[in-house]
Unconditional design. Sequence first.
Length: 426
Amino acid sequence: MTRLVADAAGAAAGSSIPGYVVGVEQGGDQRIVARGTTIAGGGSPIDERTIFRWCSITKTAMAAVVLELEDRGVVSLDEPIGRRWEFLGDPHLSELTPRILLTHMSGLEAELPEGLAEFGSGDDALARAVSEFGRLRQFAPPGAAWGYCNTGFWLLGRLIETLVGSTVERAVHELLLNPNGLASTFTSVGEIPSADLSRLALPHARDTDHATGLARTTEAVMPRARFASGGLLGSTADLLRFGRSQLQMTDRLDRVAQILVPTDSMSRSQGLGWIVEQTPAATMFDHSGFFVGYASQLIVVPAADLVVTMVGNGAAAWDIGEAVRAEIRRLLGAPGGDTPTDMADAEPGVYDYPEVDHISISGAGSRLEMHVVERDGRVESSALRPVPTGGHEVVAGEFSGCTIAALPADTAVIRLAERLGRRRDG
């Protein structure tokens, strides 16, 4: 525990993050390390009761709800959703199953082109968003390739609504939060009681306020239609409790890891809603999260009776979570760093990619360049540096440090920052 805390503190040093909490629970012993305040330069001191957005850790909660519905005989993981939703029409969407969605194997474009705020905050927000899925680009056939996909979880959330006859938020409360006593976990900012709003850690942008030099606050509210991919908010105490509840359901975690999907890391595989890593000492289940102004991490190691959490209200909190995960891996005997999966070099050409108009690769040999063309016509360019395992590292810009590569099985499909794209002439 001491080393975890030291690594977290080291990762936070010199950053503009207002605050973070690391929680460790093992064998009945619990330690909470909290630093900072809910607002840069003010607000309330952060502790285990402070409410943060859990971001994509929500996906593990969605997996828990789906597995609960499977236990109750309400859904089969391998039933094509088109059998219930004839209106979908599109054969690619109709062939998708809960298992494919939970393992990010839909092949769908990972985001809708517009922000989801346009679908409103009513109970029909998710249904309205899903009704627009016919506009999504299909980058790979269902089940053919792993590519991190938020739209797949919105589709999964809408399926849950259809199965239970209520909103996905209500289903999460009734099937997960209430049974596990997660009273300080919420499905929206608006759901937080007014008396508890002072405990909400506000999100902070990457840049700082020019006048004060402090990190700038950003909007804490998330569009309702996006909930199923990252909308839960809660305290560290509740996040540890949630992790403990999943750790204790060993049969559930066995099912999570029953069929594993290769990712862009040789050491990490995709299970049902969780990333799974087989270390020399034990199997580790984890999920990280990032949304504007927040970052999160949840790790459970059943064989070590260990739950570790990290939440923070600034972009730099991502580095804290990664430092914590690296230390857990070290303790479990895993080699340092993630080993990338062997990939192929992406060929020059124009590629469709989520949230932008397209990405183009030009040049040849060691002089390749990538150009990201936004929907409004803005262009961000970067040189590409060859990677020994295949593909190229992006040198500058939004994707700096990420690898762009083609899938060996289908070189028309690329993966960049864990998401899929496709060559337009492919």
